[in-house]
Design a protein around this ligand. Structure first.
Ligand SMILES: [Zn+2]
Length: 321
């Protein structure tokens, strides 16, 4: 059997594909930003294109890879090969993505949630190596969690364990995209930062953000808020302080529930140390029981944006597809 698999990470803003060998080396890479966050037919077409593009780059034929591992940003039942729901579009509800991709590509495939893939990638080949009880958090547009307990990926009864972002922390808080009120994601990560900024703009507060992103932006990028904070903007600094605090509160729930020996922090906003991660770690310490102080080593991702793709490939490998 070939020692190569294709890993594909389907996120809300991009589709990343790689040819990966059994030591988790990435032999070829392809990124598409055009069809992510679209209905299933478009995403499948883009995924098929990414699969063939990455094979061509590596100089391989379809028969020379053992299979395909796919990570997807949404609620996933990996064992059943189903997308249960995606916060992007209702067309994804109960969608049999694994079987559709197998049929289109003619190779065996596995499907798993993207944060679970990233957790497994870090556990096997990244910053989680040597750990036994590992929690991986993605701190980017969303706030995801993947959990490894006793060396096994923990996915829960229906595959959706670790949906940290939609933990309700203020039952009377703002309406979340999921239909509940006051989820953690309303206050932190890219989505929470964007909502908090729009709330301040609606209140008519004085801020550089009005000129940087327009008076009624649909979505405000975290990077723009960081730029404004660095230029001394008080509203941007306030919003980031709130987002950092709730990031830490999320981490405190992870520590309280799972008592991991290590937490790996990844995702684009994990690079924003001064405004987000460092104050977040102070909030983490303030919000856990003292008996848990220093119970978990906290480290940054080693695989960064490749974590999901590599983890999906490794899961495909290990499932002996
Ligand atoms: Zn929610």
């Amino acid at each position: 059997m070939s020692n190569l698999v294709v890993g594909i990470d389907i996120g809300g803003t991009k589709i990343a594909a790689g040819v990966i060998d059994s030591s988790a080396r990435v032999l070829a890479r392809y990124i598409s930003k055009t069809h992510a966050g679209q209905p299933p037919d478009d995403v499948i077409a883009a995924t098929v294109e990414a699969f063939h593009a990455v094979l061509a780059q590596a100089g391989l034929q379809r028969g020379q890879v053992a299979g395909l591992g796919v990570g997807f940003g949404g609620h996933v039942n990996g064992a059943a090969g189903l997308i249960l729901t995606s916060s992007n579009l209702p067309a994804w509800d109960n969608y049999p993505l694994r079987d559709h991709l197998q049929a289109r590509l003619g190779v065996p495939a596995i499907l798993e949630n993207d944060s679970n893939c990233a957790a497994w990638g870090e556990y096997r080949f990244g910053a989680g190596q040597g750990s036994r009880h590992l929690c991986y958090v993605t701190f980017s547009t969303g706030y995801g969690l993947g959990v490894v307990i006793d060396g096994k990926l923990y996915v829960g009864a229906t595959g959706t364990a670790g949906e940290l972002a939609h933990t309700v922390i203020h039952p009377d808080g703002p309406l979340c995209a999921c239909g509940k009120r006051g989820c953690l994601i309303c206050y932190t990560a890219g989505l929470g930062i964007s909502r908090l900024v729009r709330e301040r703009l609606d209140r008519g507060e004085q801020t550089l953000l009005r000129e940087l992103c327009g008076p009624t932006p649909a979505r405000v990028a975290g990077e723009i808020v960081v730029q404004a904070a660095e230029r001394g903007d008080r509203v941007a600094q306030d919003v980031l302080a709130i987002a950092a605090r709730y990031f830490g509160i999320g981490l405190s729930s992870v520590v309280q529930m799972f008592n991991p020996d290590r937490i790996v922090i990844g995702g684009g906003l994990a690079h924003v140390k001064h405004w987000l991660v460092e104050p977040g770690l102070v909030a983490l310490r303030e919000n856990i029981h003292p008996v848990l102080h220093n119970s978990a080593e906290i480290v940054y991702s080693h695989l960064w944006e490749d974590a999901g793709m590599i983890g999906a490939a490794v899961l495909a490998w290990e499932s002996k597809i």
